[in-house]
Write a protein of this length. Structure first.
Length: 486
């Protein structure tokens, strides 16, 4: 009998949990439950809430590297963490309050895009200089990066991966207008033998309109793309074809990407962005023949460990449960999911189905904090506060209004939280996805409410931590498994 990778990783998770978690027994079962209450809480060492300054996953990274050839797996790290090679100066790392503010900007832009589908029509057609520039804006800082190879000979580039947008782009020499500072050398098309401009009027060029929300434009005969993100950061440049190397066995000759000549916003030192949305110019669509629009990832629980991004159906755990992938009207690039319920401390909240149905929901790797219909969020918050009332509360942190001061505790117990999706899929949230930690004297419930029940809900990346999340565009389903990574 062979031991499946799923079994190994579940086992690893168990060991990990035993290191950080007390699983003490409840003295008496509560009236509301037949099971002892410890089944319904996580006990957490307060010290374990703080990120390590050391990257702890050398072993995991090595394992991922070994698996490359079989499963087309890339290592995923948090942009600002100890495992990131971007190694920013401390002064450039945004504070948690800034990250949450940027997250709010991203969510606002998703909401306005879905409400009106105005797209980003204010990008001027031929004059890149007229793009709004705003220093200090970012694409939502709670983002994750992978390293891919571009060109011939291939150059390694660290890219932010984003399921909420389609175009892949990288900063390109000669940076006609502007390139921000990045860790890797800036990609130079003139040093690659496989680079070519996409010509104006070609099918690929015409496809830009739906992928970017902007009308296309031309510079002599070269096709020009422009993409602007919610927080007014943007990239503009030549739309081009180039060899993309994901792993040694996963090489794509004519990959369409943006060769960015004017890029602004602090993309955290990353070389650009990997677009994993659903439009036809996205990476999953361009590689559909090989991977059938299937990819999966695991976002690590802390910024000092690594997860993975995999393409194709290799390596998907047997325990992954699939819910329906839906399409949001006006937001065809987004991955829609049917959120139907939430439990706190083992008890389903009573929230009517119409509350979740009103605005629908998407899953997004780039949004940090899950946004819920306000009616659902207030039910979640009340239940959480009720079960946390033994702990002193702390000041709110930006959009997070339910915070605690754990400075007098060495361990705490927090209620378990699960999300429920259609087809009977329960997704238990990792403790590090329940709490957002701004130091042990301000540990917050990591969820927020939208301003209206009719706004789309967003299942964000904090809540996806350690989950194996499978996007299966061909079969129209999204899968979740626990213990995908630590
Ligand atoms: C791509 O197009 C731009 C703009 O016309 C031009 O400056 C550049 O040299 C072209 N690159 C190649 C490899 O043709």
């Amino acid at each position: 009998m062979s031991i499946s990778p799923a079994f190994l990783s579940a086992n690893k998770l168990l060991v990990y949990l035993c290191l950080i978690v007390f699983c003490w027994k409840e003295d008496s079962a509560t009236a509301e439950s037949h099971q002892p209450q410890y089944h319904h809480t996580h006990a957490i060492h307060v010290a374990s809430l703080l990120p390590s300054s050391v990257c702890t996953s050398a072993a995991a990274a090595a394992a991922a590297a070994q698996g490359w050839d079989q499963t087309s797996s890339l290592s995923v790290v948090h942009k600002h963490g100890a495992c990131s090679q971007l190694q920013q100066e401390k002064a450039n790392i945004p504070t948690h309050a800034e990250i949450l503010l940027q997250d709010e900007a991203r969510v606002k832009s998703i909401h306005s895009k879905l409400a009106k589908n105005l797209g980003l029509t204010n990008v001027k057609q031929t004059d890149t200089a007229n793009l709004p520039a705003k220093d200090g804006s970012v694409v939502g800082s709670g983002n994750y990066i992978v390293t891919v190879g571009l060109g011939t000979p291939k150059k390694d580039l660290s890219l932010i991966f984003d399921t909420g947008s389609d175009i892949t782009w990288a900063q390109c020499q000669p940076c006609v207008k502007f390139c921000y500072k990045q860790k890797d050398p800036i990609f130079s098309p003139s040093l690659s033998s496989t680079y070519s401009n996409v010509s104006c009027g070609s099918t690929a060029c015409n496809a830009l309109a739906s992928a970017t929300g902007n009308s296309l434009s031309c510079s002599s005969s070269a096709c020009v793309y422009g993409i602007q993100y919610g927080d007014s950061s943007f990239s503009v440049g030549f739309f081009a074809k180039e060899k993309l190397t994901l792993t040694s066995r996963d090489v794509f000759g004519d990959f369409l990407f943006g060769c960015g000549q004017n890029n602004q916003g602090l993309f955290g030192g990353a070389a650009g962005l990997l677009g994993l949305g659903r439009d036809k110019l996205s990476l999953p669509s361009q590689t559909a023949v090989k991977y059938k629009k299937i990819f999966s990832y695991c976002l690590p629980s802390s910024s000092s460990s690594t997860g993975f991004l995999r393409f194709g159906n290799g390596g998907i755990s047997k325990s992954v449960k699939f819910t329906t992938l839906s399409t949001i009207p006006q937001g065809e690039s987004f991955y829609g999911i049917n959120m139907i319920g939430i439990s706190v401390g083992g008890k389903k909240l009573s929230i009517s189905a119409s509350v979740f149905a009103a605005g629908g929901a998407i899953i997004d790797s780039g949004t940090v904090i899950t946004r819920l219909p306000p009616t659902a969020y207030s039910a979640l918050r009340s239940a959480f506060r009720r079960q946390m009332k033994q702990y002193p509360m702390a000041q709110p942190l930006s959009i997070l209004d339910t915070c605690y001061d754990f400075s007098k505790y060495s361990s705490v117990r927090i209620p378990r939280i699960s999300f429920f999706f259609s087809r009977g899929v329960e997704v238990p949230i990792n403790p590090m996805g329940i709490l957002y930690v701004n130091g042990i004297s301000q540990v917050c419930l990591a969820f927020a409410g939208n301003s209206d029940d009719s706004d789309v809900a967003i299942f964000g990346n904090t809540q996806q931590k350690t989950l194996e999340v499978v996007y299966d565009g061909a079969r129209g389903r999204i899968g979740f498994g626990t213990g995908g990574c630590t």
